[in-house]
Ligand binder design. Sequence first.
Ligand code: DX5
Ligand code: ZN
Length: 211
Amino acid sequence: MKIKVAPSILSADFSKLGFELAKIKQAGADLVHVDVMDGHFVPNITIGPVVVKFMRRSTTLMLDVHLMIENPVKYIKAFVDAGSDMITVHIETVSLKELRGIAKTLKKSKVKFGISLNPATPLFKIRPALDLADLILIMSVNPGFGGQAFIPQVVDKIKQLRAIFTKDIAVDGGINNQTAKLVKQAGANILVAGSYIFKAKNIKQAINSLR
Ligand code: DX5
Ligand code: ZN
């Protein structure tokens, strides 16, 4: 599978978002990862649909929206209307019934559906929902902040998932040129990286080093 790199905008300079988006596009990013946090599901608050809408206006990159929020069902429509290309919800925040509803809504809107799981959440929790998802996002840090250290125990989880899931597997948290190797070997094909890319002197080189 082709390896795709998704810079996480959380590590960008929000005072010049348009410029940052142009910079990663030029450097060869495949998608832009957008971290939405509500201060409830995770101990941090970031951005909502309003900002996603303006990001949509300033880039042609696919918007990969990662909802780290409680009750995501309530906000799906707002993020679809804001122009998301992919929306990922956390398995810890929804029932199977709700997942089915979200899948239906997103299919109608031609938005890709991702399901994410925290490092401590076992793989069997998403098994009944695998058929609904276009992508599974494996968290390799506890969600909430950029710049945390990769949790190596998730490598096995990626391997086990790859054995039963043929679509996209994304990994998010603590990805750099070293940890990227581990997760690619395990079967991941989308690498989300925030601080490694935005702190790099040469962003193009950083993106290529992940591929
Ligand atoms: C963590 C977010 C990540 C984060 C990754 O809660 O979901 O997307 O921005 O940042 P790095 O790559 O710095 O760990
Ligand atoms: Zn994320």
